[in-house]
Ligand binder design. Sequence first.
Ligand code: AMP
Length: 397
Amino acid sequence: MKILVINAGSSSLKYQFMDSDTHEVFAKGLCERIGIDGRLTHKVPAKDQKFEAEIPMPTHGEAIQSVLDALTSPEHGVVKDVSEIDAVGHRVLHGGMAFTESCIIDDACIAAIEECIPLGPLHNPANLMGIRACQAIMPNTPQVAVFDTAFHMSMPEKAYTYAIPYEYYEKDKVRRYGFHGTSHRYVSARAIDMLGNPAHSKVITCHLGNGSSLAAVVDGKCVDTTMGLGPLAGFAMGTRSGDIDATIMEYLMGRYGYDIKEMLNILNKKSGVLGISGVSSDFRDLEAAAKEGNHRAQLALDVFEYQVRKFIGSYAAAMGGVDAIVFTAGVGENSASMRQNIVAGLEYMGVKMDPEANNVRGKETVISAADSKVKILLIPTDEELMIAQDTAELVKK
Ligand code: AMP
């Protein structure tokens, strides 16, 4: 089926139009500066074509219309008519406890996504704008919502429960949810395939990008993950702090008079490896600065690697072993040194890298040594493919 995958943010909208069976990507692109002025970048991989234009986009409606115009344009289009788009799959950040899997978008689904706005206040409203714009412009095309949280809903109670008064879970749904679920689901399924589809498997998936998280996956089901109620939790990221002692907030708010918004802005936007290094949130910049002897850039990399390694150890303990460790996303797919440093010292657990095999970028590869008990795998993530496949499956039912 021909599926249009939409990932709507508050002022941007990414799209990919693809075949869910052959995996061919017909076109993909990005609308930027929605609500400000508007800019479209549209690419057609088969023809190596790139089209860029300033297009007024006061709302997500104009953005979606510009995507459909590009997809059907005589010069750089890939279909003759919008009716050739079989269905639309939307990435939605927070599905709360309501969604354990993807769902066809109807009034009940929209109401449930709306109910999750307090849990995903930045993303869910933007995701809904994308959905509503598509519904208005393509009322006869089926739409599906695919949630970042859904894969993690199989976590057991002991993994998702915070040690705070239980009433906050019961009344306010405060619990660990986890994110990047579509990526963890895709790469863990690929890993199980690469392991030869054993009856039982224990996999740790490391999604290391600008935002990062790990998941522990037993027999294809998530049993733990590093992100929490929101995507600030876990280990140090590009600009996010990961887990910190909550006392730090009170201490700094008291010393500098920050309100909670300012404090959270520091933890979300000014922390992580950017905060430690003062150099950049981009791992390429950090690796370059560290090579030139910048101590804080090196420290930021050390902290990141150390925290990821600690979570790998804790997930091996949580699962009672591990068959495969998977690296994915921008850093995980591209930085051989980061992968090498993260698993360094895990030989006692049967984790042994093959440095030559590890010298690879963005290609599905076994990068562990032949005698490594635990397979180390590089698997490029493909969230768009997962969204397209979920969408096709639900629409065919
Ligand atoms: P993502 O959020 O998955 O798009 O990943 C973005 C992150 O990947 C950025 O912090 C980039 O610095 C990082 N990245 C991309 N290429 C490389 C590379 N060759 N080496 C290290 N980090 C990289």
